[in-house]
Design a binder for this molecule. Structure first.
Ligand code: 5RP
Length: 225
């Protein structure tokens, strides 16, 4: 099976976690896009969706799914999103698509985070994938110097030769070469740096469930305490 076929398979499996008559939180990226396309088929069963990016909002709307502002919503039972890396304990690196801050906000508001990923994303130690950090533009150089003291190499994310700009108007530093053995601690430390908006580590609050696409079918990892 191709990576896209595995992503599609887990997106189909995630539909079982959608709760009828409720609002669903929806993530960003290619796996989330497969999920949105499946959600379109059962849109009559849900009340609407909260989107983690402008791209996700546009795709949801293209399926006729109502997109609600997070401030209008009091309950999100389930949030479905992909990951760049996930450990067997449910800690994740996210933000490859640059939507980490809105993703973390919706994930924090949701009761359960259903992570959907192909099996290449499962790792024992986070950090082979560069760790994204959203920063206030005026602070990117000063934050990069502080991040470099943690042993990795932060690099400003570029798009077409210019700084990549998030939906929130900020920049992203991607830290490569960092072996993250204590993700919850690193998450706290990086989030405490002035000028950092959010680090793409989801460890203090990780996934509730991971649906992992494998050649043998969808494997379910349940992290519920
Ligand atoms: C976007 C994300 C994505 O969930 C992550 O990058 C995985 O993307 P994909 O499903 O395309 O592999 O965090 O900010």
């Amino acid at each position: 099976m191709t990576q896209d076929e595995l992503k599609h398979a887990v997106a189909v499996s995630a539909i079982d976690y959608v709760i009828g008559g409720e609002i669903i939180g929806v993530g960003t990226g290619s796996t989330a896009n497969f999920f949105i396309d499946e959600l379109g088929k059962i849109k009559h069963l849900i009340k609407g969706a909260v989107a983690s990016s402008e791209a996700t909002a546009a795709r949801l709307k293209s399926h006729g799914i109502e997109v609600l502002d997070l401030n209008q919503v009091t309950s999100i039972p389930v949030y479905v999103d992909g990951a760049d890396e996930i450990t067997p304990q449910g800690a994740m690196i996210k933000g490859g698509g640059g939507a980490l801050t809105r993703e973390k906000i919706i994930a924090s508001a949701a009761k359960r985070f259903i992570c959907i990923a192909d099996e290449s994303k499962l790792v024992n130690t986070l950090g082979a994938y560069p760790l994204p950090v959203e920063v206030i533009p005026m602070a990117h150089a000063v934050v990069a110097r502080k991040l470099a003291t943690f042993g990795g190499q932060p690099k400003l994310r570029l798009k077409d030769g210019q700084p990549f700009v998030t939906d929130n108007g900020n920049f992203i530093l991607d830290i490569s070469g960092m072996k993250i053995v204590n993700p919850a601690e690193i998450e706290q430390t990086i989030n405490n740096i002035t000028g950092v908006v959010t680090v793409g580590l989801f460890a203090q609050q990780g996934a509730s469930v991971c649906l992992l696409g494998t050649a043998k079918g969808t494997r379910m990892l349940d992290f519920t305490p």
